[in-house]
Design a protein around this ligand. Structure first.
Ligand SMILES: C[S@@+](CC[C@H](N)C(=O)[O-])C[C@H]1O[C@@H](n2cnc3c(N)ncnc32)[C@H](O)[C@@H]1O
Length: 294
């Protein structure tokens, strides 16, 4: 499948999410879409506080993330932030609250319906320091060396050309700027466990999609930790930190069909395993820094 066909499929999927709330691309919990309270619960499960969830316009959190990059970004007043694949604007609004009126947040998304939704949300929330630009993260509509911090939540996994995304991120960052990416992990312990039963394919360097199934669960190709490090190194970023997060939390909706005590046991067991095998986490946060600056 050609890159453009992949993008068309991804764009179509997210246009549907934006207009109907009918499909959930990135969250492990596919039933969250179109259901605000469930989207909220999912977001609590992946690290957003109640305060954060209450501080954004209604309709901006679609439950599509797989981490909380803003929480790791240590944003300061006056900074310029860029969100790659901004969706309905959720992380942009959180970032805007932190950088204040003197700061600026730019969201880039390739799905026109998402951009429309994000702009409507910005108007609803009376945000004057946020703008949304239609564009692809492989060719960012942003000038060189103008951004302090780049965040991205559950989007890099959807790009058929990840190397180009990192190259573009490097181009638009100021020297000393940071890139914080949250992405699902192809080597997630659940996927590894299912391989022998034929439920899933896991091969670190193989493409996940094939004819007839172009976009696996809405993901073009999830990376693994070492690939993310490789992508950072190739593009001259310093690797600052890598965090794993295990989505099998105590309130996991994905396991809601099981009795609660069993879900808790699974959560405790998988957290314990991740202490020994951190690269098998369900979602990865990686922080890179462009050399130079202060
Ligand atoms: C899983 S959603 C995440 C949205 C948002 N980051 C959030 O957490 O709510 C993925 C978003 O990335 C956008 N997207 C996917 N691939 C993209 C690309 N190559 N360039 C720009 N946007 C892209 C989609 O249109 C969609 O809005």
């Amino acid at each position: 499948m050609k890159e453009e066909e992949v993008k068309t499929a991804v764009r179509k999927g997210y246009a549907r999410v934006a207009t109907q709330g009918s499909s959930c691309g990135c969250s492990p919990v596919s039933s969250c879409c179109g259901n605000t309270s469930l989207a909220r619960k999912v977001s609590e499960g992946i690290g957003y506080s109640e305060e954060e969830l209450g501080a954004v316009p209604d309709g901006s959190n679609l439950g599509l993330g797989c981490g909380n990059p803003v929480a790791l970004a240590s944003l300061k007043e006056g900074e310029t932030v860029l969100d790659l694949g901004s969706g309905a604007g959720f992380d942009c609004f959180l970032a805007a609250n932190k950088v204040g009126k003197k700061g600026r947040v730019i969201g880039v998304d390739m799905t026109p319906e998402m951009i429309d939704k994000a702009r409507t949300n910005a108007r609803k929330g009376k945000y004057t320091n946020v703008e949304f630009r239609l564009g692809e993260i492989e060719t960012l509509p942003v000038a060189d060396g103008t951004v302090d911090v780049i965040i991205s939540n559950c989007v890099i996994n959807l790009s058929p050309d990840k190397r180009q995304v990192f190259q573009e991120a490097y181009r638009v960052l100021k020297p000393g700027g940071h890139l914080i990416i949250a992405t699902p992990n192809a080597a997630n312990i659940r996927k590894r466990v299912f391989v022998p039963f034929g439920h899933n394919i896991w091969s670190p360097l193989a493409e996940w999609y094939h004819d007839g199934d172009p976009v696996f669960r809405g993901h073009v190709r999830e990376p693994i930790v070492s690939e993310l490090h490789q992508l950072l190194h190739w593009n001259q970023f310093q690797v600052v930190k890598t965090y794993g997060r295990n989505f099998i939390g105590r309130d996991s909706q994905a396991l809601a069909f099981l009795p609660k005590p069993l879900v808790h046991a699974v959560a405790i067991g998988s957290d314990y395993l991740l202490r020994f095998f951190p690269t098998l986490c369900s979602d990865i946060h990686v922080i890179g820094r462009k050399a130079g600056g202060k």
